[in-house]
Design a protein. Structure first.
Length: 84
């Protein structure tokens, strides 16, 4: 089984799930960006829903990163949240 729950905004295409697909592995991946475009839920694998921060929270995250309070890794991780 291949499991990849991308937790940041850097995942743009999703080539890794395509490689897992080529190997015939069942997949569980986040429903995000390129992963969502390359994996069909219930056919190629299963997509775990994700959401962006709520209204008004984006500027605070960006400002904390711009001011050097949060690292880029923390900024990326806080930009995508999984449903509980």
């Amino acid at each position: 089984m291949f499991c990849s729950l991308s937790d940041n905004i850097q995942e743009s295409f999703g080539i890794v799930p395509l490689e897992a697909m080529a190997a015939g592995l069942p997949m569980v991946v986040s429903d995000w960006d390129g992963y969502r475009d390359s994996v069909r839920h219930g056919i190629d694998g299963f997509l775990v829903p994700t959401v962006m921060p709520g209204p008004g929270q984006g500027p605070d995250l960006a400002m904390r990163h711009a001011m050097g309070i949060e690292t880029y890794d923390v900024y990326c991780g806080m930009s995508v949240r999984w449903f509980p």
